[in-house]
Design a protein. Structure first.
Length: 394
Protein backbone atom coordinates (compact mmCIF):
# COMPACT_ATOMS: atom_id res chain seq x y z
CA UNK A 1 0.00 0.00 0.00
CA UNK A 2 1.00 3.64 -0.14
CA UNK A 3 3.83 3.89 2.38
CA UNK A 4 2.66 7.22 3.79
CA UNK A 5 1.17 5.05 6.49
CA UNK A 6 1.07 1.47 7.71
CA UNK A 7 -1.80 -0.67 8.92
CA UNK A 8 -1.87 -1.55 12.60
CA UNK A 9 -4.72 -4.10 12.79
CA UNK A 10 -5.82 -5.95 15.91
CA UNK A 11 -8.84 -7.91 17.12
CA UNK A 12 -9.89 -8.60 20.70
CA UNK A 13 -12.54 -11.21 21.42
CA UNK A 14 -14.26 -12.75 24.42
CA UNK A 15 -16.68 -15.68 24.17
CA UNK A 16 -20.09 -15.69 25.79
CA UNK A 17 -19.90 -16.73 29.44
CA UNK A 18 -19.84 -20.51 29.70
CA UNK A 19 -18.56 -21.06 26.16
CA UNK A 20 -15.01 -22.05 25.25
CA UNK A 21 -15.31 -21.04 21.59
CA UNK A 22 -16.20 -17.56 20.37
CA UNK A 23 -19.08 -17.37 17.87
CA UNK A 24 -17.59 -14.18 16.38
CA UNK A 25 -14.94 -14.79 13.74
CA UNK A 26 -12.21 -12.38 12.58
CA UNK A 27 -10.18 -12.89 9.43
CA UNK A 28 -7.54 -10.60 7.92
CA UNK A 29 -5.33 -11.21 4.92
CA UNK A 30 -2.66 -9.25 3.11
CA UNK A 31 -2.61 -10.08 -0.59
CA UNK A 32 1.07 -9.32 -1.03
CA UNK A 33 1.11 -9.36 -4.84
CA UNK A 34 -1.53 -6.60 -4.90
CA UNK A 35 -0.36 -4.93 -1.67
CA UNK A 36 -4.01 -5.07 -0.65
CA UNK A 37 -5.56 -5.83 2.75
CA UNK A 38 -9.00 -7.30 3.48
CA UNK A 39 -10.38 -7.52 7.01
CA UNK A 40 -13.63 -9.35 7.85
CA UNK A 41 -15.60 -9.65 11.11
CA UNK A 42 -18.61 -11.98 11.33
CA UNK A 43 -21.07 -12.69 14.14
CA UNK A 44 -22.53 -16.19 14.00
CA UNK A 45 -26.05 -16.57 15.37
CA UNK A 46 -26.05 -17.90 18.92
CA UNK A 47 -22.91 -19.03 20.70
CA UNK A 48 -20.31 -21.74 20.75
CA UNK A 49 -19.08 -24.11 18.07
CA UNK A 50 -22.09 -23.84 15.74
CA UNK A 51 -21.91 -20.05 15.66
CA UNK A 52 -18.15 -20.24 15.16
CA UNK A 53 -18.47 -22.57 12.18
CA UNK A 54 -21.04 -20.30 10.54
CA UNK A 55 -18.78 -17.33 11.20
CA UNK A 56 -15.84 -19.13 9.60
CA UNK A 57 -17.97 -19.93 6.53
CA UNK A 58 -19.07 -16.30 6.27
CA UNK A 59 -15.64 -14.70 6.72
CA UNK A 60 -14.02 -17.10 4.25
CA UNK A 61 -16.60 -16.40 1.56
CA UNK A 62 -16.48 -12.66 2.23
CA UNK A 63 -12.68 -12.60 1.97
CA UNK A 64 -12.54 -14.62 -1.23
CA UNK A 65 -15.38 -12.83 -3.03
CA UNK A 66 -14.02 -9.40 -2.09
CA UNK A 67 -10.56 -10.36 -3.30
CA UNK A 68 -12.08 -11.31 -6.66
CA UNK A 69 -13.41 -7.72 -6.99
CA UNK A 70 -17.00 -8.89 -7.18
CA UNK A 71 -19.70 -6.23 -7.02
CA UNK A 72 -21.02 -5.40 -3.55
CA UNK A 73 -24.50 -6.80 -4.12
CA UNK A 74 -23.05 -9.95 -5.68
CA UNK A 75 -20.87 -10.53 -2.60
CA UNK A 76 -23.83 -10.15 -0.28
CA UNK A 77 -26.15 -12.19 -2.48
CA UNK A 78 -23.76 -15.15 -2.69
CA UNK A 79 -23.06 -15.16 1.05
CA UNK A 80 -26.71 -14.81 2.05
CA UNK A 81 -27.93 -17.45 -0.38
CA UNK A 82 -25.33 -19.85 1.01
CA UNK A 83 -26.04 -19.22 4.70
CA UNK A 84 -28.99 -21.08 6.23
CA UNK A 85 -31.86 -19.15 7.83
CA UNK A 86 -33.14 -19.69 11.36
CA UNK A 87 -36.51 -21.46 10.98
CA UNK A 88 -38.14 -19.58 13.87
CA UNK A 89 -36.60 -16.12 13.75
CA UNK A 90 -36.32 -16.04 9.93
CA UNK A 91 -32.92 -14.33 10.10
CA UNK A 92 -29.54 -15.25 8.66
CA UNK A 93 -27.21 -17.31 10.78
CA UNK A 94 -24.39 -14.75 10.49
CA UNK A 95 -23.70 -11.05 9.98
CA UNK A 96 -20.55 -9.53 8.53
CA UNK A 97 -18.42 -6.42 8.08
CA UNK A 98 -15.83 -6.23 5.30
CA UNK A 99 -13.07 -3.62 5.06
CA UNK A 100 -11.16 -3.65 1.75
CA UNK A 101 -8.08 -1.41 1.68
CA UNK A 102 -6.53 -0.89 -1.75
CA UNK A 103 -2.91 -0.12 -2.55
CA UNK A 104 -3.51 3.64 -2.83
CA UNK A 105 -5.29 3.87 0.54
CA UNK A 106 -8.80 3.67 -0.91
CA UNK A 107 -11.08 2.10 1.72
CA UNK A 108 -14.30 0.26 0.87
CA UNK A 109 -16.55 -0.95 3.71
CA UNK A 110 -19.50 -3.34 3.45
CA UNK A 111 -21.73 -4.07 6.45
CA UNK A 112 -24.61 -6.51 6.83
CA UNK A 113 -26.48 -6.37 10.16
CA UNK A 114 -23.37 -5.68 12.25
CA UNK A 115 -23.35 -2.47 14.33
CA UNK A 116 -22.19 0.45 12.19
CA UNK A 117 -18.44 0.87 12.43
CA UNK A 118 -16.77 4.03 13.72
CA UNK A 119 -14.31 6.00 11.60
CA UNK A 120 -12.01 8.46 13.37
CA UNK A 121 -9.86 11.03 11.60
CA UNK A 122 -7.23 11.83 14.19
CA UNK A 123 -9.19 12.38 17.39
CA UNK A 124 -12.46 13.43 15.71
CA UNK A 125 -15.31 11.36 14.33
CA UNK A 126 -15.30 11.18 10.53
CA UNK A 127 -18.58 10.40 8.79
CA UNK A 128 -18.14 8.96 5.30
CA UNK A 129 -21.19 8.94 3.05
CA UNK A 130 -23.03 5.65 3.49
CA UNK A 131 -25.19 4.03 0.83
CA UNK A 132 -27.95 1.56 1.69
CA UNK A 133 -28.88 -1.25 -0.71
CA UNK A 134 -32.16 -3.05 -0.10
CA UNK A 135 -31.71 -6.76 -0.68
CA UNK A 136 -34.33 -8.91 -2.43
CA UNK A 137 -32.98 -12.38 -1.83
CA UNK A 138 -35.45 -15.10 -0.88
CA UNK A 139 -36.49 -14.45 2.75
CA UNK A 140 -34.19 -11.44 3.12
CA UNK A 141 -36.46 -8.94 1.33
CA UNK A 142 -36.01 -5.49 2.80
CA UNK A 143 -32.71 -6.27 4.53
CA UNK A 144 -30.16 -3.48 4.25
CA UNK A 145 -26.61 -3.74 3.03
CA UNK A 146 -24.60 -0.63 3.95
CA UNK A 147 -21.54 0.49 2.03
CA UNK A 148 -19.14 3.45 2.07
CA UNK A 149 -15.86 4.45 0.45
CA UNK A 150 -13.24 7.04 1.36
CA UNK A 151 -9.57 7.85 0.98
CA UNK A 152 -7.66 7.01 4.15
CA UNK A 153 -5.36 9.56 5.76
CA UNK A 154 -2.56 9.25 8.28
CA UNK A 155 -3.94 8.65 11.82
CA UNK A 156 -7.33 7.44 10.60
CA UNK A 157 -8.91 4.59 12.56
CA UNK A 158 -11.70 2.19 11.64
CA UNK A 159 -13.33 0.38 14.57
CA UNK A 160 -15.63 -2.63 14.06
CA UNK A 161 -17.89 -4.22 16.69
CA UNK A 162 -20.27 -7.12 17.12
CA UNK A 163 -23.57 -7.02 19.03
CA UNK A 164 -21.87 -8.24 22.20
CA UNK A 165 -20.27 -4.79 22.56
CA UNK A 166 -23.34 -2.71 21.74
CA UNK A 167 -25.71 -4.78 23.90
CA UNK A 168 -23.37 -5.09 26.89
CA UNK A 169 -25.12 -4.42 30.17
CA UNK A 170 -28.61 -4.96 28.74
CA UNK A 171 -31.11 -5.43 31.53
CA UNK A 172 -28.91 -3.82 34.16
CA UNK A 173 -29.92 -0.74 36.13
CA UNK A 174 -27.14 1.36 34.65
CA UNK A 175 -27.82 0.35 31.02
CA UNK A 176 -31.22 -1.34 30.72
CA UNK A 177 -31.13 -1.07 26.91
CA UNK A 178 -27.46 -1.97 26.65
CA UNK A 179 -24.33 0.13 26.19
CA UNK A 180 -25.63 1.47 22.87
CA UNK A 181 -23.94 2.35 19.59
CA UNK A 182 -23.66 6.07 20.29
CA UNK A 183 -22.15 5.52 23.73
CA UNK A 184 -19.67 2.95 22.38
CA UNK A 185 -18.55 5.38 19.68
CA UNK A 186 -18.17 8.09 22.33
CA UNK A 187 -16.09 5.76 24.53
CA UNK A 188 -13.72 4.95 21.66
CA UNK A 189 -13.34 8.62 20.69
CA UNK A 190 -12.62 9.53 24.33
CA UNK A 191 -9.90 6.87 24.57
CA UNK A 192 -8.20 8.21 21.44
CA UNK A 193 -8.40 11.80 22.69
CA UNK A 194 -6.77 10.74 25.96
CA UNK A 195 -4.02 8.89 24.11
CA UNK A 196 -3.79 9.89 20.41
CA UNK A 197 -1.08 7.30 19.74
CA UNK A 198 -2.88 4.36 21.38
CA UNK A 199 -2.24 1.26 19.30
CA UNK A 200 -4.91 -1.03 17.88
CA UNK A 201 -4.38 -3.85 20.34
CA UNK A 202 -4.75 -1.65 23.41
CA UNK A 203 -7.80 0.20 22.06
CA UNK A 204 -9.59 -3.02 21.10
CA UNK A 205 -8.75 -4.46 24.53
CA UNK A 206 -10.22 -1.43 26.29
CA UNK A 207 -13.48 -1.69 24.34
CA UNK A 208 -13.96 -5.42 25.01
CA UNK A 209 -12.94 -5.05 28.67
CA UNK A 210 -15.44 -2.24 29.20
CA UNK A 211 -18.19 -4.32 27.57
CA UNK A 212 -17.46 -7.29 29.83
CA UNK A 213 -17.41 -4.97 32.84
CA UNK A 214 -20.89 -3.70 31.93
CA UNK A 215 -22.06 -7.33 31.76
CA UNK A 216 -20.93 -7.88 35.34
CA UNK A 217 -17.73 -9.64 34.14
CA UNK A 218 -19.80 -12.48 32.65
CA UNK A 219 -20.26 -11.72 28.94
CA UNK A 220 -23.87 -12.26 27.85
CA UNK A 221 -22.84 -12.62 24.22
CA UNK A 222 -19.75 -13.16 22.10
CA UNK A 223 -17.90 -9.85 22.21
CA UNK A 224 -15.47 -8.62 19.54
CA UNK A 225 -13.75 -5.39 18.53
CA UNK A 226 -11.45 -4.86 15.54
CA UNK A 227 -9.32 -1.72 15.22
CA UNK A 228 -7.57 -0.65 12.00
CA UNK A 229 -5.08 2.19 12.53
CA UNK A 230 -3.30 4.04 9.71
CA UNK A 231 -0.10 5.23 11.39
CA UNK A 232 3.57 6.05 10.93
CA UNK A 233 5.60 2.84 10.61
CA UNK A 234 7.38 1.32 13.60
CA UNK A 235 10.57 -0.24 12.32
CA UNK A 236 12.33 -3.40 13.50
CA UNK A 237 15.55 -5.09 12.37
CA UNK A 238 16.30 -8.77 12.92
CA UNK A 239 19.92 -9.64 12.16
CA UNK A 240 20.76 -13.33 12.10
CA UNK A 241 23.70 -15.35 10.86
CA UNK A 242 27.27 -14.32 10.00
CA UNK A 243 27.92 -12.92 6.50
CA UNK A 244 29.15 -15.15 3.72
CA UNK A 245 32.72 -13.81 4.16
CA UNK A 246 34.63 -12.04 6.92
CA UNK A 247 35.12 -9.05 4.61
CA UNK A 248 31.42 -8.28 5.07
CA UNK A 249 31.48 -8.32 8.89
CA UNK A 250 32.07 -4.58 9.20
CA UNK A 251 29.36 -3.79 6.67
CA UNK A 252 26.80 -5.89 8.57
CA UNK A 253 27.75 -4.23 11.84
CA UNK A 254 27.28 -0.77 10.37
CA UNK A 255 23.87 -1.71 9.01
CA UNK A 256 22.84 -2.77 12.51
CA UNK A 257 24.30 0.39 14.08
CA UNK A 258 22.62 2.76 11.62
CA UNK A 259 19.17 1.13 11.62
CA UNK A 260 16.62 3.74 12.84
CA UNK A 261 14.31 1.40 14.77
CA UNK A 262 14.41 -1.44 17.27
CA UNK A 263 17.04 -4.16 16.81
CA UNK A 264 17.21 -7.89 17.49
CA UNK A 265 20.26 -10.09 16.98
CA UNK A 266 19.60 -13.83 16.72
CA UNK A 267 22.71 -15.94 16.95
CA UNK A 268 25.72 -16.15 19.24
CA UNK A 269 28.28 -15.88 16.44
CA UNK A 270 26.34 -13.01 14.87
CA UNK A 271 26.29 -11.17 18.21
CA UNK A 272 30.03 -11.71 18.65
CA UNK A 273 30.73 -10.26 15.18
CA UNK A 274 28.58 -7.16 15.79
CA UNK A 275 30.14 -6.59 19.24
CA UNK A 276 33.67 -6.93 17.87
CA UNK A 277 33.12 -4.62 14.90
CA UNK A 278 31.36 -1.94 16.96
CA UNK A 279 33.62 -2.31 20.00
CA UNK A 280 30.73 -3.29 22.24
CA UNK A 281 30.57 -5.65 25.21
CA UNK A 282 28.23 -8.61 25.55
CA UNK A 283 26.89 -9.14 29.06
CA UNK A 284 27.61 -12.81 29.67
CA UNK A 285 25.13 -13.08 32.57
CA UNK A 286 22.81 -15.39 30.66
CA UNK A 287 19.07 -14.87 31.17
CA UNK A 288 17.25 -18.21 31.32
CA UNK A 289 13.52 -17.67 30.76
CA UNK A 290 12.48 -20.58 28.53
CA UNK A 291 13.69 -24.13 29.28
CA UNK A 292 13.20 -25.06 25.61
CA UNK A 293 15.66 -22.42 24.34
CA UNK A 294 19.23 -21.30 24.97
CA UNK A 295 19.41 -18.24 27.27
CA UNK A 296 19.52 -14.59 26.22
CA UNK A 297 22.39 -12.13 26.71
CA UNK A 298 22.54 -8.34 26.61
CA UNK A 299 24.36 -5.89 24.35
CA UNK A 300 24.32 -2.10 24.39
CA UNK A 301 22.17 -0.63 21.62
CA UNK A 302 20.32 -3.88 20.94
CA UNK A 303 16.85 -4.66 22.24
CA UNK A 304 17.28 -8.45 22.25
CA UNK A 305 20.28 -10.77 21.84
CA UNK A 306 19.24 -14.41 21.51
CA UNK A 307 20.38 -17.72 20.10
CA UNK A 308 19.72 -18.11 16.39
CA UNK A 309 17.98 -20.80 14.40
CA UNK A 310 16.32 -22.75 17.23
CA UNK A 311 14.83 -19.55 18.65
CA UNK A 312 13.65 -18.35 15.21
CA UNK A 313 12.01 -21.70 14.60
CA UNK A 314 9.98 -21.28 17.79
CA UNK A 315 9.13 -17.71 16.77
CA UNK A 316 7.53 -19.11 13.63
CA UNK A 317 5.53 -21.70 15.58
CA UNK A 318 4.23 -19.03 17.99
CA UNK A 319 3.21 -16.73 15.12
CA UNK A 320 1.35 -19.56 13.39
CA UNK A 321 -0.70 -20.29 16.52
CA UNK A 322 -1.00 -16.74 17.84
CA UNK A 323 -4.32 -15.03 18.56
CA UNK A 324 -5.43 -12.27 20.93
CA UNK A 325 -5.73 -14.78 23.79
CA UNK A 326 -2.28 -16.33 23.31
CA UNK A 327 -0.26 -15.92 26.55
CA UNK A 328 3.18 -14.57 25.63
CA UNK A 329 5.88 -15.20 28.23
CA UNK A 330 9.30 -13.66 28.86
CA UNK A 331 11.07 -16.34 26.84
CA UNK A 332 13.38 -15.28 23.97
CA UNK A 333 10.99 -16.35 21.21
CA UNK A 334 7.99 -14.81 22.95
CA UNK A 335 9.80 -11.48 23.35
CA UNK A 336 10.75 -11.50 19.67
CA UNK A 337 7.11 -12.15 18.76
CA UNK A 338 6.01 -9.26 20.98
CA UNK A 339 8.37 -6.86 19.18
CA UNK A 340 7.25 -8.19 15.79
CA UNK A 341 3.60 -7.57 16.66
CA UNK A 342 4.40 -4.04 17.85
CA UNK A 343 6.22 -3.22 14.59
CA UNK A 344 4.96 -2.40 11.10
CA UNK A 345 8.06 -2.34 8.90
CA UNK A 346 10.27 -5.37 9.61
CA UNK A 347 13.63 -5.87 7.92
CA UNK A 348 15.60 -9.12 8.08
CA UNK A 349 19.38 -8.94 7.64
CA UNK A 350 20.43 -12.53 7.03
CA UNK A 351 23.99 -13.81 6.84
CA UNK A 352 24.54 -16.67 4.42
CA UNK A 353 27.57 -18.37 5.96
CA UNK A 354 26.80 -22.04 6.61
CA UNK A 355 26.66 -22.96 10.28
CA UNK A 356 27.79 -26.59 10.35
CA UNK A 357 26.12 -27.07 13.73
CA UNK A 358 22.77 -27.06 11.95
CA UNK A 359 23.58 -29.52 9.16
CA UNK A 360 23.41 -32.58 11.39
CA UNK A 361 20.96 -35.05 9.82
CA UNK A 362 19.66 -35.88 13.30
CA UNK A 363 18.22 -32.36 13.65
CA UNK A 364 14.71 -31.51 12.34
CA UNK A 365 14.57 -30.46 8.69
CA UNK A 366 13.20 -27.02 9.59
CA UNK A 367 16.41 -26.24 11.48
CA UNK A 368 18.72 -26.98 8.58
CA UNK A 369 18.57 -23.75 6.63
CA UNK A 370 18.29 -20.35 8.27
CA UNK A 371 16.85 -18.78 5.16
CA UNK A 372 13.96 -21.25 5.08
CA UNK A 373 12.90 -20.39 8.63
CA UNK A 374 13.22 -16.65 7.96
CA UNK A 375 11.08 -16.91 4.83
CA UNK A 376 8.40 -18.82 6.76
CA UNK A 377 8.34 -16.09 9.39
CA UNK A 378 8.16 -13.41 6.69
CA UNK A 379 5.24 -15.10 4.95
CA UNK A 380 3.27 -15.41 8.18
CA UNK A 381 3.95 -11.79 9.13
CA UNK A 382 2.79 -10.58 5.71
CA UNK A 383 -0.30 -12.72 5.27
CA UNK A 384 -1.61 -13.18 8.81
CA UNK A 385 -0.45 -9.97 10.52
CA UNK A 386 -0.44 -7.58 7.51
CA UNK A 387 3.16 -6.48 8.17
CA UNK A 388 5.46 -4.97 5.58
CA UNK A 389 8.51 -7.22 5.50
CA UNK A 390 11.79 -7.07 3.59
CA UNK A 391 14.98 -9.14 3.60
CA UNK A 392 18.62 -8.58 2.70
CA UNK A 393 21.08 -11.45 2.37
CA UNK A 394 24.80 -10.94 3.01
Amino acid sequence: MNRRFYLDVSCRQNPCHGERVCGDVYLAHNFVAEDRNIIVLSDGLGHGVKANMLGILTTTMALNFTHEHKETNRIAETILRTLPVDSEKQISFATFSIVDIETDGQVNIIEYENPQCLVLRGTEVFSPEWTCLLLDIDRKIGKELKTCSFQAQLNDRIVLFTDGVIQAGMGSRSAPMGWGLEQVHQFVADQVRKNPSIDSSELAYKVVSEAIKKDGFEAKDDTSCVVIYFRHPRQLLICTGPPSSVEKDADMAQKVKNFPGRKIICGGITGTIIARELNLTIDENAIVSDPELPPMNKMEGVDLLTEGIITLNKVHKILENYNSNYPLTQGPADQIVQLLLESDDIHFLVGTAINTAHQDVSLPVELEIRRTVVRRIMRTLEEKFLKHVSVEFM
